[in-house]
Design a protein around this ligand. Structure first.
Ligand code: NI
Ligand code: MN
Length: 228
């Protein structure tokens, strides 16, 4: 049990791996599902999938308070640096880098990425994290279904974290097809039940996935963790 994932509601996740604390898409202020406030967050690294406000969230304030390093695509990292954040690392789609917490590769995502002030946030991304004990975690980010999820699945995914909310991202039907392409051992659905517009029946989706695939679904409540 070297890696633990916590869902803070919406698309905000904490990953604690071998003592390194990562926050993915640190949206706490204004996130109606978050059980904690931005100023309570501890982090060594902040990973941002794309430029939308519900993903960039409190990144700047948390980075300045905790001195966490911000990791995202080059456009978002440049924008974050201009807001006064000192420690950043820009990557881009298809590129990986070995950090102390593991090897992190940026994957494709089908979505937008404009930053909160309208600046160009480049292309949206997902993350493929290989932990220091060789576990593979695919964080799809905000995305529609795309066939190359099969290529990502070919790496052998232990855990996939995918959106199911519909409207802005894949809905339950396409998310089920995504699981069939990725074939992960475990799945955690996110980006749903934050607002009425993306309200979904998590347990019903979990039953369908487990009937039609070999994957095991874990429905977390905001604040709950899953140990990998
Ligand atoms: Ni988005
Ligand atoms: Mn979003």
């Amino acid at each position: 049990m070297n890696t633990q994932i916590t869902w803070y509601g919406h698309a905000t996740l904490g990953i604690n791996t071998f003592g390194y604390k990562l926050i993915i898409d640190p949206y706490f202020t204004g996130n109606p599902s978050s059980p904690i406030k931005a100023d309570q967050v501890q982090a060594d690294y902040l990973l941002i999938t794309h430029g939308h406000g519900d993903h960039v969230g409190d990144s700047i304030a948390i980075a300045q308070r905790t001195n966490a390093e911000v990791i995202s695509n080059a456009e978002i990292v440049n924008w974050i640096s201009k807001q006064g954040v000192k420690k950043t690392h820009g990557q881009h789609l298809g590129g990986g880098f070995k950090y102390p917490f593991g090897y992190l590769k940026l994957t494709l995502a089908l979505h937008g990425s404009a930053l909160p002030d309208g600046s160009n946030g480049g292309n949206p991304a997902g993350f493929l994290l290989t932990t220091n004990d060789q576990k593979k975690i695919y964080l799809a980010g905000d995305t529609g279904l795309f066939g190359d999820m099969k290529l990502i699945g070919e790496e052998g995914i232990d855990l996939a974290v995918i959106p199911i909310g519909d409207n802005y991202t894949m809905g339950p039907e396409d998310a089920l097809r995504a699981v069939k392409l990725i074939q992960p051992k475990h799945v955690i659905p996110i980006h749903f039940n934050t607002w009425d517009l993306i309200s979904q029946d998590g347990p019903a989706w979990a039953s369908r996935v487990e009937e039609e695939t070999e994957s095991q679904v874990h429905i977390l409540k905001p604040g709950e963790s899953y140990k990998l």
